[in-house]
Design a protein around this ligand. Structure first.
Ligand code: ZN
Ligand code: FE
Length: 241
């Protein structure tokens, strides 16, 4: 039974602190800024077992070596990107399991934003740590991969429950909502959700984690029925202001 909490870092990134209460085991996902992450670890009991990396971008890995040096945590990341990640203690790929105390995360290969991007899924409760693959009301830019890869990656989340917590790498929801409403103006669930997002941001609150069911109802990228639709949405979003 794990708990998960967002640690705001840099300008709009989130690292995620995952805590297995029965064992006290703790993991941090994408630690890119040292001070707030060490403070969050301290607040959770001072122990860090695992550093889980989703992809190689600096805004996700910049403080990983420093956090390892301070805590002795094991570093876990994508085998496919081991050459451009900090030194990994466990190089993983889809099908692998990462143990955190009495809990375990499944690894999914989720290329698209980068070719070696991975996501982690805990099942009790259902938590998806998806880096820059899926955002609330959006998805990652196709910086290395193709629309077909991103489409296949998003499809991998189809088997997860509606109440899955979507723990993404950025607070991009408000700008994503503007594009989503523009792209899908007839979606009443989206309109209502976008209004909630605006209110939360006006109050200085995080909009994440969201629930996968909300994304299924509202997120045009997750709702795209085929690769061509996703490619078209992604291209339009890249040029939207
Ligand atoms: Zn990225
Ligand atoms: Fe990022």
């Amino acid at each position: 039974m794990i708990t998960v909490r967002a640690v705001p870092i840099l300008s709009d990134n989130y690292a995620w602190l995952v805590h297995d209460a029965p064992s006290g085991a703790t993991a941090i996902v994408d630690p890119a800024e040292e001070a707030p992450i060490l403070a969050a670890i301290e607040a959770a009991g001072g122990r860090l077992d695992l550093i889980l990396l989703t992809h190689h971008h600096a805004d996700h890995i910049a403080a990983a070596d420093a956090v390892r040096a301070r805590t002795g945590a094991r570093m876990v990341g994508a085998r496919a990107d081991a050459h451009r990640l900090p030194r990994l203690d466990a190089a993983v790929a889809e099908g692998d399991t990462v143990r955190l105390g009495g809990a375990a995360a499944r690894v999914l290969d989720t290329p698209g934003h980068t070719v070696g991007h991975i996501a982690y899924v805990f099942d009790d409760p259902s938590v998806l740590l998806c880096g820059d693959t899926l955002f609330s009301l959006g998805c990652g830019r196709l910086l290395e991969g193709t629309a077909a890869q991103m489409f296949a990656s998003l499809r991998k989340f189809a088997g997860l429950a509606d109440d899955t917590l979507v723990c993404c790498g950025h607070e991009y929801t408000e700008s994503n909502a503007r594009f989503a409403v523009h792209a899908d103006p007839g979606n009443a669930a989206l309109a209502a959700y976008a209004a909630q997002v605006t209110a939360k941001r006006a109050a200085g609150q995080a909009t994440v984690p969201s629930r996968l069911g909300e994304e299924r109802a509202c997120n045009p990228f997750l709702r795209a029925a085929d690769v061509a639709t996703l490619a078209d949405l992604r291209a339009r979003k890249d040029n939207f202001r």
